[in-house]
Design a protein around this ligand. Structure first.
Ligand SMILES: Cc1cc2nc3c(=O)[nH]c(=O)nc-3n(C[C@H](O)[C@H](O)[C@H](O)COP(=O)(O)OP(=O)(O)OC[C@H]3O[C@@H](n4cnc5c(N)ncnc54)[C@H](O)[C@@H]3O)c2cc1C
Length: 309
Protein backbone atom coordinates (compact mmCIF):
# COMPACT_ATOMS: atom_id res chain seq x y z
CA UNK A 1 0.00 0.00 0.00
CA UNK A 2 2.94 2.38 0.58
CA UNK A 3 4.00 2.85 -3.03
CA UNK A 4 3.42 6.32 -4.52
CA UNK A 5 -0.26 6.43 -5.47
CA UNK A 6 -1.75 8.26 -8.45
CA UNK A 7 -4.52 9.69 -6.33
CA UNK A 8 -5.60 9.64 -2.70
CA UNK A 9 -9.22 10.55 -2.03
CA UNK A 10 -9.99 11.89 1.43
CA UNK A 11 -13.61 11.45 2.57
CA UNK A 12 -16.34 8.96 1.72
CA UNK A 13 -19.60 10.83 1.24
CA UNK A 14 -21.33 11.05 -2.15
CA UNK A 15 -18.46 13.23 -3.46
CA UNK A 16 -15.72 10.84 -2.31
CA UNK A 17 -17.38 7.63 -3.54
CA UNK A 18 -18.19 9.17 -6.91
CA UNK A 19 -14.62 10.46 -7.28
CA UNK A 20 -13.47 6.96 -6.28
CA UNK A 21 -15.71 5.32 -8.88
CA UNK A 22 -14.51 7.56 -11.71
CA UNK A 23 -10.84 7.41 -10.72
CA UNK A 24 -11.02 3.62 -10.40
CA UNK A 25 -12.74 3.20 -13.77
CA UNK A 26 -10.04 5.53 -15.18
CA UNK A 27 -7.45 2.94 -14.01
CA UNK A 28 -5.86 5.30 -11.47
CA UNK A 29 -6.01 2.68 -8.66
CA UNK A 30 -7.23 5.24 -6.12
CA UNK A 31 -6.74 4.90 -2.39
CA UNK A 32 -9.52 6.38 -0.26
CA UNK A 33 -9.47 7.24 3.44
CA UNK A 34 -13.11 7.16 4.40
CA UNK A 35 -12.67 9.02 7.67
CA UNK A 36 -14.25 9.01 11.10
CA UNK A 37 -17.75 9.04 9.57
CA UNK A 38 -17.56 6.51 6.77
CA UNK A 39 -20.44 7.19 4.34
CA UNK A 40 -20.73 10.85 5.33
CA UNK A 41 -23.77 12.87 6.33
CA UNK A 42 -26.37 10.64 4.69
CA UNK A 43 -25.61 7.99 7.30
CA UNK A 44 -27.73 10.22 9.59
CA UNK A 45 -30.92 10.09 7.58
CA UNK A 46 -33.60 7.47 6.95
CA UNK A 47 -35.24 8.68 3.76
CA UNK A 48 -33.51 10.05 0.71
CA UNK A 49 -36.15 10.84 -1.89
CA UNK A 50 -34.28 13.20 -4.19
CA UNK A 51 -31.29 11.19 -5.41
CA UNK A 52 -32.01 10.11 -9.01
CA UNK A 53 -32.21 6.36 -9.54
CA UNK A 54 -34.29 5.52 -6.48
CA UNK A 55 -37.94 6.08 -7.52
CA UNK A 56 -39.24 4.76 -4.21
CA UNK A 57 -36.65 6.62 -2.11
CA UNK A 58 -33.91 4.90 -0.14
CA UNK A 59 -32.54 4.72 3.37
CA UNK A 60 -29.41 6.93 3.66
CA UNK A 61 -26.96 4.29 5.00
CA UNK A 62 -28.21 1.76 2.40
CA UNK A 63 -27.61 4.25 -0.40
CA UNK A 64 -24.11 5.01 0.84
CA UNK A 65 -23.33 1.28 1.05
CA UNK A 66 -24.38 0.95 -2.61
CA UNK A 67 -22.18 3.91 -3.63
CA UNK A 68 -19.28 2.30 -1.78
CA UNK A 69 -19.83 -1.10 -3.41
CA UNK A 70 -19.96 0.54 -6.83
CA UNK A 71 -16.57 2.22 -6.25
CA UNK A 72 -15.08 -1.01 -4.82
CA UNK A 73 -16.31 -3.01 -7.82
CA UNK A 74 -13.69 -1.18 -9.92
CA UNK A 75 -10.99 -1.62 -7.24
CA UNK A 76 -11.12 1.66 -5.41
CA UNK A 77 -9.16 0.71 -2.28
CA UNK A 78 -10.93 2.00 0.83
CA UNK A 79 -9.34 2.31 4.26
CA UNK A 80 -11.69 3.21 7.13
CA UNK A 81 -9.32 5.63 8.82
CA UNK A 82 -9.09 9.36 9.36
CA UNK A 83 -6.41 11.53 7.79
CA UNK A 84 -4.60 13.40 10.57
CA UNK A 85 -2.55 15.80 8.48
CA UNK A 86 -1.19 16.45 5.00
CA UNK A 87 1.96 17.95 3.51
CA UNK A 88 1.34 19.69 0.19
CA UNK A 89 4.65 21.62 0.19
CA UNK A 90 6.24 19.33 -2.42
CA UNK A 91 5.26 16.47 -4.74
CA UNK A 92 4.53 13.66 -4.22
CA UNK A 93 2.08 14.94 -1.61
CA UNK A 94 2.10 13.33 1.82
CA UNK A 95 -0.88 12.14 3.80
CA UNK A 96 -0.47 11.11 7.43
CA UNK A 97 -2.81 8.49 8.86
CA UNK A 98 -2.32 7.19 12.42
CA UNK A 99 1.40 7.96 12.27
CA UNK A 100 1.88 6.31 8.86
CA UNK A 101 2.88 8.33 5.76
CA UNK A 102 1.24 7.78 2.37
CA UNK A 103 2.44 9.48 -0.82
CA UNK A 104 0.43 10.47 -3.84
CA UNK A 105 0.83 12.39 -7.11
CA UNK A 106 -2.58 13.99 -6.64
CA UNK A 107 -5.25 14.39 -3.98
CA UNK A 108 -9.04 14.79 -4.06
CA UNK A 109 -10.48 16.37 -0.91
CA UNK A 110 -14.10 15.36 -0.19
CA UNK A 111 -14.32 15.96 3.54
CA UNK A 112 -17.74 17.65 3.62
CA UNK A 113 -19.10 20.28 5.98
CA UNK A 114 -20.77 19.22 9.19
CA UNK A 115 -24.01 20.90 10.15
CA UNK A 116 -23.70 22.53 13.57
CA UNK A 117 -26.20 21.05 16.01
CA UNK A 118 -27.52 22.61 19.21
CA UNK A 119 -26.70 19.62 21.43
CA UNK A 120 -29.81 20.27 23.53
CA UNK A 121 -31.15 17.53 25.78
CA UNK A 122 -32.70 14.57 23.86
CA UNK A 123 -31.34 15.92 20.52
CA UNK A 124 -29.15 12.96 19.64
CA UNK A 125 -32.07 10.52 19.82
CA UNK A 126 -34.29 12.69 17.60
CA UNK A 127 -31.79 13.35 14.79
CA UNK A 128 -33.53 12.08 11.65
CA UNK A 129 -36.70 11.46 13.71
CA UNK A 130 -38.09 14.96 13.44
CA UNK A 131 -34.95 17.04 13.84
CA UNK A 132 -33.05 17.88 10.66
CA UNK A 133 -30.48 20.35 9.40
CA UNK A 134 -31.70 20.43 5.80
CA UNK A 135 -35.11 21.78 4.75
CA UNK A 136 -34.53 21.03 1.05
CA UNK A 137 -33.89 17.40 2.01
CA UNK A 138 -36.57 16.80 4.64
CA UNK A 139 -39.16 19.61 4.36
CA UNK A 140 -41.58 17.56 2.27
CA UNK A 141 -41.97 15.06 5.12
CA UNK A 142 -43.82 17.70 7.18
CA UNK A 143 -46.89 18.41 5.05
CA UNK A 144 -49.58 20.27 7.08
CA UNK A 145 -47.52 19.93 10.28
CA UNK A 146 -46.14 22.59 12.62
CA UNK A 147 -42.36 22.97 12.51
CA UNK A 148 -39.62 25.02 14.14
CA UNK A 149 -36.60 26.66 12.56
CA UNK A 150 -33.75 27.55 14.88
CA UNK A 151 -31.41 30.37 13.90
CA UNK A 152 -31.27 34.06 13.12
CA UNK A 153 -29.29 34.27 9.89
CA UNK A 154 -30.16 34.18 6.19
CA UNK A 155 -30.20 30.36 6.18
CA UNK A 156 -32.83 30.27 8.91
CA UNK A 157 -35.01 32.79 7.05
CA UNK A 158 -34.59 30.91 3.77
CA UNK A 159 -35.32 27.51 5.33
CA UNK A 160 -38.41 28.90 7.10
CA UNK A 161 -39.78 30.51 3.94
CA UNK A 162 -39.17 27.30 1.97
CA UNK A 163 -40.89 25.20 4.66
CA UNK A 164 -44.13 27.21 4.34
CA UNK A 165 -44.71 25.27 1.08
CA UNK A 166 -45.38 22.18 3.20
CA UNK A 167 -45.92 23.04 6.86
CA UNK A 168 -49.10 24.57 8.26
CA UNK A 169 -47.04 26.81 10.56
CA UNK A 170 -43.34 27.63 10.90
CA UNK A 171 -41.96 29.22 14.06
CA UNK A 172 -38.48 30.74 13.90
CA UNK A 173 -36.75 30.58 17.27
CA UNK A 174 -33.75 32.79 18.00
CA UNK A 175 -31.95 33.30 21.28
CA UNK A 176 -31.67 37.08 20.82
CA UNK A 177 -33.76 39.82 19.22
CA UNK A 178 -30.92 40.87 16.92
CA UNK A 179 -30.90 38.90 13.67
CA UNK A 180 -27.87 38.35 11.47
CA UNK A 181 -30.15 37.85 8.46
CA UNK A 182 -30.13 40.49 5.76
CA UNK A 183 -33.11 42.81 6.04
CA UNK A 184 -34.65 41.56 2.77
CA UNK A 185 -34.56 37.92 3.93
CA UNK A 186 -35.86 38.85 7.37
CA UNK A 187 -38.71 40.92 5.93
CA UNK A 188 -39.67 38.15 3.51
CA UNK A 189 -39.95 35.67 6.39
CA UNK A 190 -41.63 38.12 8.78
CA UNK A 191 -44.32 39.04 6.25
CA UNK A 192 -45.21 35.43 5.49
CA UNK A 193 -48.54 34.68 7.22
CA UNK A 194 -47.45 31.12 7.99
CA UNK A 195 -44.30 32.26 9.85
CA UNK A 196 -44.06 33.42 13.45
CA UNK A 197 -40.76 34.83 14.70
CA UNK A 198 -40.08 34.24 18.39
CA UNK A 199 -36.96 36.01 19.73
CA UNK A 200 -35.38 35.26 23.13
CA UNK A 201 -36.19 31.58 22.75
CA UNK A 202 -33.57 28.89 23.09
CA UNK A 203 -34.13 25.16 23.06
CA UNK A 204 -33.58 23.64 26.48
CA UNK A 205 -34.89 20.17 25.67
CA UNK A 206 -36.62 18.31 22.83
CA UNK A 207 -39.85 16.48 23.70
CA UNK A 208 -40.67 13.23 21.91
CA UNK A 209 -42.78 10.10 22.05
CA UNK A 210 -42.48 6.74 20.19
CA UNK A 211 -43.57 8.38 16.92
CA UNK A 212 -40.87 11.04 17.07
CA UNK A 213 -40.68 14.73 17.93
CA UNK A 214 -43.71 16.41 19.51
CA UNK A 215 -42.26 19.67 20.76
CA UNK A 216 -39.61 21.46 22.75
CA UNK A 217 -39.01 23.16 26.07
CA UNK A 218 -37.93 26.76 25.46
CA UNK A 219 -35.98 28.99 27.80
CA UNK A 220 -35.91 32.78 27.72
CA UNK A 221 -32.20 33.67 28.26
CA UNK A 222 -33.14 37.02 29.84
CA UNK A 223 -34.87 35.55 32.90
CA UNK A 224 -34.62 31.74 32.46
CA UNK A 225 -38.41 31.42 32.26
CA UNK A 226 -39.62 28.23 30.62
CA UNK A 227 -42.41 27.42 28.18
CA UNK A 228 -43.34 24.50 25.93
CA UNK A 229 -43.97 24.66 22.20
CA UNK A 230 -45.59 21.98 20.04
CA UNK A 231 -43.97 20.86 16.79
CA UNK A 232 -43.45 17.61 14.94
CA UNK A 233 -40.46 18.87 12.98
CA UNK A 234 -37.47 21.09 13.70
CA UNK A 235 -34.78 22.44 11.41
CA UNK A 236 -31.55 23.65 12.95
CA UNK A 237 -30.07 26.41 10.77
CA UNK A 238 -27.17 27.79 12.79
CA UNK A 239 -24.41 27.06 10.30
CA UNK A 240 -22.02 24.47 8.92
CA UNK A 241 -18.41 23.69 9.68
CA UNK A 242 -16.29 22.68 6.68
CA UNK A 243 -13.88 19.89 7.62
CA UNK A 244 -10.66 21.60 6.62
CA UNK A 245 -8.75 22.07 9.87
CA UNK A 246 -6.48 19.10 9.19
CA UNK A 247 -5.22 20.88 6.04
CA UNK A 248 -3.51 23.42 8.29
CA UNK A 249 -3.95 26.34 5.84
CA UNK A 250 -1.91 24.69 3.11
CA UNK A 251 -4.53 25.54 0.50
CA UNK A 252 -6.65 28.64 0.11
CA UNK A 253 -9.90 28.64 2.06
CA UNK A 254 -12.51 31.34 2.59
CA UNK A 255 -13.21 33.12 5.90
CA UNK A 256 -15.46 30.26 7.03
CA UNK A 257 -12.99 27.52 6.11
CA UNK A 258 -14.53 26.38 2.81
CA UNK A 259 -11.99 25.35 0.16
CA UNK A 260 -11.72 27.69 -2.82
CA UNK A 261 -11.53 26.34 -6.36
CA UNK A 262 -8.93 28.02 -8.57
CA UNK A 263 -9.32 26.23 -11.90
CA UNK A 264 -12.37 24.02 -12.38
CA UNK A 265 -12.19 21.72 -9.32
CA UNK A 266 -8.48 22.32 -8.65
CA UNK A 267 -7.52 24.18 -5.49
CA UNK A 268 -4.75 26.74 -5.02
CA UNK A 269 -2.25 23.83 -4.94
CA UNK A 270 -1.71 22.31 -8.38
CA UNK A 271 -2.65 18.61 -8.22
CA UNK A 272 -4.97 18.99 -5.22
CA UNK A 273 -8.68 18.91 -6.09
CA UNK A 274 -11.77 19.36 -3.93
CA UNK A 275 -15.41 18.35 -4.29
CA UNK A 276 -18.72 18.35 -2.44
CA UNK A 277 -19.90 20.25 0.60
CA UNK A 278 -16.34 21.16 1.60
CA UNK A 279 -16.40 23.77 -1.21
CA UNK A 280 -20.14 24.31 -1.48
CA UNK A 281 -21.84 27.06 0.52
CA UNK A 282 -24.93 27.08 -1.70
CA UNK A 283 -26.43 23.73 -2.77
CA UNK A 284 -25.28 21.13 -0.18
CA UNK A 285 -27.05 18.17 -1.75
CA UNK A 286 -25.95 14.58 -2.29
CA UNK A 287 -26.43 14.85 -6.05
CA UNK A 288 -24.41 18.08 -6.34
CA UNK A 289 -21.65 16.56 -4.19
CA UNK A 290 -21.64 13.41 -6.34
CA UNK A 291 -21.59 15.51 -9.52
CA UNK A 292 -18.62 17.50 -8.26
CA UNK A 293 -16.86 14.27 -7.22
CA UNK A 294 -17.14 13.16 -10.85
CA UNK A 295 -15.78 16.51 -12.07
CA UNK A 296 -12.85 16.37 -9.65
CA UNK A 297 -11.90 12.84 -10.75
CA UNK A 298 -12.00 13.84 -14.44
CA UNK A 299 -9.96 17.01 -13.74
CA UNK A 300 -7.51 14.92 -11.74
CA UNK A 301 -7.12 12.32 -14.53
CA UNK A 302 -6.39 15.08 -17.06
CA UNK A 303 -3.96 16.81 -14.71
CA UNK A 304 -2.09 13.53 -14.16
CA UNK A 305 -1.80 13.01 -17.93
CA UNK A 306 -0.22 16.47 -18.29
CA UNK A 307 1.92 16.20 -15.18
CA UNK A 308 3.30 12.65 -15.31
CA UNK A 309 6.17 12.25 -12.82
C1 LIG B 1 -29.71 14.87 8.35
C2 LIG B 1 -29.34 15.13 6.91
C3 LIG B 1 -30.22 14.73 5.90
C4 LIG B 1 -29.88 14.97 4.58
N1 LIG B 1 -30.73 14.55 3.63
C5 LIG B 1 -30.42 14.74 2.31
C6 LIG B 1 -31.29 14.28 1.28
O1 LIG B 1 -32.36 13.72 1.53
N2 LIG B 1 -30.91 14.51 0.00
C7 LIG B 1 -29.75 15.17 -0.34
O2 LIG B 1 -29.45 15.31 -1.51
N3 LIG B 1 -28.90 15.61 0.65
C8 LIG B 1 -29.21 15.41 1.94
N4 LIG B 1 -28.39 15.89 2.92
C9 LIG B 1 -27.18 16.62 2.52
C10 LIG B 1 -26.10 15.62 2.04
O3 LIG B 1 -25.95 14.65 3.03
C11 LIG B 1 -24.78 16.32 1.78
O4 LIG B 1 -24.96 17.37 0.86
C12 LIG B 1 -23.76 15.33 1.21
O5 LIG B 1 -23.60 14.23 2.08
C13 LIG B 1 -22.41 15.99 0.99
O6 LIG B 1 -21.55 15.02 0.51
P1 LIG B 1 -19.98 15.14 0.66
O7 LIG B 1 -19.44 13.93 0.00
O8 LIG B 1 -19.51 16.46 0.17
O9 LIG B 1 -19.66 15.14 2.22
P2 LIG B 1 -20.16 14.26 3.45
O10 LIG B 1 -21.32 13.42 3.13
O11 LIG B 1 -20.24 15.21 4.58
O12 LIG B 1 -18.91 13.29 3.70
C14 LIG B 1 -17.71 13.80 4.20
C15 LIG B 1 -16.76 12.64 4.42
O13 LIG B 1 -15.48 13.16 4.75
C16 LIG B 1 -14.93 12.34 5.76
N5 LIG B 1 -13.87 13.11 6.43
C17 LIG B 1 -13.95 14.32 7.06
N6 LIG B 1 -12.74 14.65 7.58
C18 LIG B 1 -11.90 13.64 7.24
C19 LIG B 1 -10.51 13.38 7.48
N7 LIG B 1 -9.73 14.22 8.17
N8 LIG B 1 -9.97 12.21 7.00
C20 LIG B 1 -10.74 11.34 6.29
N9 LIG B 1 -12.04 11.54 6.02
C21 LIG B 1 -12.60 12.67 6.50
C22 LIG B 1 -16.09 11.92 6.63
O14 LIG B 1 -15.77 10.72 7.29
C23 LIG B 1 -17.16 11.69 5.54
O15 LIG B 1 -17.04 10.39 5.05
C24 LIG B 1 -28.67 15.64 4.25
C25 LIG B 1 -27.80 16.04 5.27
C26 LIG B 1 -28.12 15.78 6.58
C27 LIG B 1 -27.16 16.20 7.67
Amino acid sequence: MNKIRNVIIIGSGPAGYTAGLYAARGMLNPLMFSGYASGGQLMLTNDVENFPGYPKGINGPEMMMELRQQAERFNCEIVDKNVDSVDFSSRPFKVIVAGEEFQSRSIILCTGAEAIWLDAENEEAQKGRGISTCATCDGAFFKDEEVLVIGGGDSAMEEATFLTRFASKVTILHRRDIFKASSIMYKRAASNPKIEIKPFSQIKKWISNEQGLIGAVLEDPRNNSIEEIKATGAFIAIGHKPMTEFLNNQIEIDHEGYILHKEHTMTSVSGVFAAGDVVDTRYRQAITAAGMGCQAAIDCERWLEDNAQ
